[in-house]
Design a protein around this ligand. Structure first.
Ligand code: NOJ
Length: 555
C-alpha cells in the first residue's frame, strides 16, 4: 500500500519497557493488564503511538531481546487474549501500537537454534552463522557487545556460532532466503492482527561482510572491533527493500530502524521515501558524546558545542531528504535529566528545558516511560542489585582488567542500562505503586518525591510541560515542517536555534547550565519581533536566561 499519509511525521511516540511499567498481578513484573490500566494516563499525556519493547516468549537473558517464540506472549506478561484486548483498547483511544522486531538474533532456546545445533546437515543449520575454529580458537577476533568473544563453541558439531550480543542470542543468517521468508511471515502475523508498525532492533547489523574479517584491536582491548563488517553491511539495503516489498508496503504502518554507527548519509539511504526501506532510524552519535575512546563506560563530560554541532548536522542533512527520530532516552540509556541536566536543585527546570530543546526540532519525538515525570538515575551500592547482563558482564571483565570496584561503579552509575529500567514511579506508596509484590529490580529511592500522582496534581509539573509540547506539535505545522538553523554556534552553555516555515519563525533558547546567561546583542535585538510561546519559568527578562531556562518565541 503506497500512502501519502505520513501520519508518523506528526506523531509523538511513547516507549513502554513492559517489565518495569506496571504490575497488575503482584508478581513483581510489569504486564499487559498493567499497561491496559494506564492507557488513559497515556491518552492524557497526548501521545499518538506506543512502542512496546518485546513481549514475546523469552528466557530473559536480555529481558525479552532474546526471543524463544515470536508468536507467543511471555508468560509473565500475559496471554494472546490479553494482547488482543490491549490492542483493541489502544485503538479505541485513537492511539497506535508499534511492536519491537528483533530479527538480528533469536534466543538460543528458539526452536530454529535448537534444530540448528543438532547437526551440520539439519535443515535449520543455515538459519544461523556457524564457522569452524581458526587454529583451535574462535573463527575471528570480534568482541560481543556484552563483553567476551562474539563466538561460542558448540561441542556437538565442533563449530562456533556468532552472537554479537550474549551467547544466548545467536545471530540469524540473513543470507539464507528461507530464513528471510520465515521472518516476513512472522511480521505479517502481527500486522494482520492490526498493529501499526515495528521498531527494528539493531536492524542495520543483519548483513555481515562475507569472510567475516578480523576487526581492529584497540589498545587495552581483549577483542577486535568487528563493527565495520556488520554495521551497514553489503546487502543491508537489498534486505530492507525486499522486506519492504514483501511486507511493509502492504500496510499503512510506521517503521523505525535502530541503527548504531550510522551517519546522515547512511540515514538518507535508509529513510528517503523513494527508496522504500524504513520511515526513520534511531541514530547514536549524540549518545556517544559523553564517552571517551574505548566505549561508553569511559566517561567524559558533555561538551555542549559538540552536541549542537551534531544535532545541527542531522537536522540539516535530513531536511527534505529523509526523516529524523528525536530522543534523549530509551531502555538502554541513562536518564537524561541526570545526564545532560541537573537532577538535584534544578531537576524540574532542566527536565523541561531538555524536553523543549528536543521537541522543537524536526523529526518524530520519542518519550521513554518516566521521562515525562523527570525520573532520575539510580546508584545501588551493590552489584547484586543490578540486573542487566551488559552491566554485570562488563563489571567482571573490567575487574579482570584491573579496574577497582569504585571505578566500575562510577561508570555504571553514569551509563548503566538499569538506570532506565527501575520501575515507573506511580505514587508514593511502597515500591512507587509499581507492584504489590517485590519488584524484579529495586525502585529508585526517590519515588516519594518523583511520581506520577504528584505530577498530575501539580499544574507546573514536567508532565504538563510534555503535554503542552505534544499539543503544540499538533497545532503548529512549523514544528513538523520547518527548517533548522543553529544560532550562537560556539556558545558553551546556550543551545539556540531557529525554525522557519512559510513566513513563520520559532526561536528556541535553552540554557544548559545552572548559571544565569546573558544573551548577546545579536539575539536580543531580534527578540522584540517575537512573542513568548512557551517557557519553563514565569515571564521575565528574555535577555537573561535563568538556570536551565528554556524560552520558545514565535513570530
Ligand atoms: C538493542 C536493544 O535496544 C537492547 O536493549 C538489546 O540488548 C540489544 N539491541 C540486543 O537485542
Amino acid at each position: 500500500m503506497k500512502t501519502n499519509d505520513q501520519w508518523w511525521k506528526k506523531s509523538v511516540v511513547y516507549q513502554i519497557y513492559p517489565r518495569s511499567f506496571n504490575d497488575s498481578n503482584g508478581d513483581g513484573i510489569g504486564d499487559i493488564q498493567g499497561i491496559i490500566e494506564k492507557l488513559d494516563y497515556l491518552k492524557l499525556l497526548g501521545v499518538d503511538v506506543i512502542w512496546l519493547s518485546p513481549i514475546y516468549d523469552s528466557p530473559n537473558d536480555d529481558n525479552g531481546y532474546d526471543i524463544r517464540d515470536y508468536q507467543t506472549i511471555m508468560d509473565e506478561f500475559g496471554t494472546t487474549a490479553d494482547f488482543d484486548q490491549m490492542l483493541e483498547e489502544i485503538h479505541k483511544r485513537d492511539m497506535k501500537l508499534v511492536m519491537d522486531l528483533v530479527v538480528n538474533h533469536t534466543s538460543d532456546e528458539h526452536e530454529w537454534f535448537v534444530q540448528s545445533k543438532k547437526s551440520k546437515d539439519n535443515p535449520y543449520r543455515d538459519y544461523y552463522i556457524w564457522r569452524e575454529g581458526n587454529k583451535g580458537k574462535e573463527p575471528n577476533n570480534w568482541g560481543s557487545f556484552f563483553s567476551g568473544s562474539a563466538w561460542d563453541y558448540d561441542e556437538t558439531t565442533n563449530e562456533y556460532y556468532l552472537h554479537l550480543f550474549s551467547k544466548k542470542q545467536p545471530d540469524l543468517n540473513w543470507e539464507n532466503p528461507k530464513l528471510r521468508e520465515e521472518v516476513y511471515d512472522m511480521m505479517k502475523y502481527w500486522l494482520d492482527k492490526g498493529i501499526d508498525g515495528f521498531r527494528m532492533d539493531v536492524i542495520n547489523m543483519i548483513s555481515k561482510q562475507p569472510g567475516l574479517p578480523d576487526g581492529v584491536l584497540g589498545e587495552g582491548q581483549l577483542h577486535g572491533d568487528g563493527s565495520p563488517f556488520f554495521m551497514n553491511g553489503p546487502r543491508i539495503h537489498e534486505f530492507l527493500q525486499e522486506m519492504n516489498q514483501e511486507v511493509l508496503s502492504k500496510y499503512p504502518i510506521m517503521t523505525v530502524g535502530e541503527m548504531p554507527g550510522t551517519t546522515p548519509d547512511d540515514a538518507i539511504l535508509y529513510t528517503n521515501p523513494d527508496r522504500n526501506e524504513v520511515n526513520m532510524i534511531f541514530t547514536f552519535e549524540h549518545m556517544d558524546l559523553d564517552s571517551a575512546p574505548g566505549g561508553k563506560w569511559n566517561l567524559k563530560p558533555l561538551n555542549l558545542v559538540e552536541l549542537k554541532e551534531n544535532q545541527t548536522k542531522w537536522q540539516t542533512a535530513l531536511h527534505n531528504k529523509g526523516w529524523n527520530s528525536l530522543y534523549w532516552n530509551n531502555h538502554d540509556q541513562p536518564r537524561i535529566v541526570s545526564r545532560f541536566g541537573n537532577d538535584k536543585e534544578y531537576r524540574v527546570k532542566s527536565a523541561k528545558m531538555l524536553a523543549a530543546c528536543l521537541h522543537f526540532m524536526q523529526g518524530t519525538p520519542y518519550i521513554y516511560q518516566g521521562e515525562e515525570i523527570g525520573m532520575t538515575n539510580v546508584a545501588f551500592t551493590s552489584l547484586e542489585d543490578y540486573r542487566d547482563i551488559e552491566t554485570i558482564n562488563m563489571y567482571h571483565e573490567r575487574k579482570l582488567l584491573g579496574f577497582t570496584h569504585e571505578e566500575i561503579m562510577t561508570s555504571i552509575y553514569a551509563k548503566g542500562r538499569d538506570n532506565a529500567r527501575t520501575p515507573v514511579q506511580w505514587d508514593d506508596s511502597q515500591h512507587g505503586g509499581f507492584t504489590s509484590g517485590t519488584p524484579w529490580i529495586k525502585t529508585n529511592p526517590r519515588y516519594k518525591e518523583i511520581n506520577v500522582k504528584s505530577a498530575l496534581e501539580d499544574p507546573q509539573s514536567i508532565f504538563y510541560f510534555y503535554q503542552k509540547l505534544i499539543s503544540l506539535r499538533k497545532e503548529m505545522d512549523i514544528i513538523v515542517e520547518g527548517d533548522f538553523q543553529l544560532l550562537a554556534k560556539n556558545h558553551p552553555t546556550l543551545f539556540a536555534y531557529e525554525r522557519k516555515w512559510k513566513n513563520e519563525s520559532l526561536l528556541v533558547l535553552c540554557n544548559f547550565s545552572a548559571n544565569e546567561l546573558v544573551l548577546e546583542e545579536e539575539l536580543t535585538s531580534r527578540i522584540p519581533e517575537y512573542k513568548v510561546l512557551l517557557s519553563n519559568y514565569e515571564a521575565g527578562n528574555t535577555a537573561v536566561l535563568r538556570p536551565y531556562e528554556a524560552v520558545v518565541l514565535k513570530k
